[in-house]
Design a protein around this ligand. Sequence first.
Ligand code: SF4
Length: 64
Amino acid sequence: MKVFVDRELCYGSAECAHRVPAVFEFVDEYGVVRPGREETGEDPEVLEAAERCPSQAIRITGAP
Ligand code: SF4
């Protein structure tokens, strides 16, 4: 499972970075995936962050 943030959609609420700081950070007013943390396995916290992103900007590929 890989995760990335679609910057076109992100409006910078920073919720992802607060929710899962090990994976997401807040840079230049946008949420981003920390370098090297794109491969998340099936981390339920990351799935939840994606579900709760208010702009649906968090994309997950390879989810079951
Ligand atoms: S939760 Fe969504 S809108 Fe908010 S910073 Fe993260 S990716 Fe952007």
